[in-house]
Ligand binder design. Sequence first.
Ligand code: PHE
Length: 344
Amino acid sequence: MDKIKEVQEEALRAIQEASDLDALLQVRIRYLGKKGSIQALMGEMKSLPKEEKPAFGQKVNTCKQEVTAALEERQKELQKKAVAERLEKEKIDITLSGDRLTLGTTHPLIMIQQEIEDLFLGMGYKIAEGPEVEQDFYNFELANIPKDHPARDMQDTFYIDPNTLLRTHTTAMQMRELEKAKGETPIKLICPGKVYRRDDDDATHSHQFMQCEGLVVGEHITLADLKGTLEFMANRMFGEGRKIRFRPSYFPFTEPSVEVDVSCPFCNGKGCSVCKGSGWIEILGAGMVHPHVLEMNGFDSEKCSGFAFGVGLERVAMLKYGIDDIRNFYINDVRFLKMFDRFD
Ligand code: PHE
């Protein structure tokens, strides 16, 4: 009986002294395991006289229960302690000021391009792509710009060799698409991209700039469709209430050709410094695809017709954001580009 008491006291002490869960597990094994001290006490029962066995057995059981209860209690304590220690160790000081991640921003011209792409994709247009280094054939010949046309003047075009040039307008892509369609209609596409001209750079000219051209070919396509489409675009790009005005113009690949004005978004058509008092701002060139262009590309101009327009993206961005120098788009001044940070 004394031995039982001794083992129990020893076990309870060991339990209190166990300083972590691993140590406690060792104590459990030492006292409650199959080869543990309490099991050993059970073994000693065999050698006792019969009448002492029940009392002894009971005492060992009580000892076992008490040790188990103490173990469990200590285990809870130690678990709590372990969690507290972990929380302390993994604590994040959220009061520390963070490092700001400097991210690049979308270029304003790309923003305009994406806006235009979005609105035309919404109307079921496809987006076409083509090479910036282009053949004379697509840039001029198929677009009804004959060899002696002034637009071919060396002043305007960067030639690489007599048949190869940097495309001067996105119309080159239109011609590729028309040729590819092999007379099949309908065609509904836009072609955004960079174009190049031998201009001297100043506030409104750049030797490299961006255009987005639109082309629709099908049956019964009229100037009214062009007007409606451009009005829709103007409303989306410059705000509701924009009106569209056509003025006669000339492009070799369209007939009739028009210069398109939009009612000034700054004064709502009343006249201000931006529209120079006229209430209108010129934004793009357009027209009905020249029947000769359709024929050259394998379309029957008696059966189908089409409209085309080409808009300068810099021009749209300059109007929309009030930018007065086209060179701002290309000198990569971070202070300028940061102004278009949508997340700032
Ligand atoms: N290609 C013309 C330009 O660069 C724009 C244009 C496109 C005009 C389509 C009419 C039709 O100025």
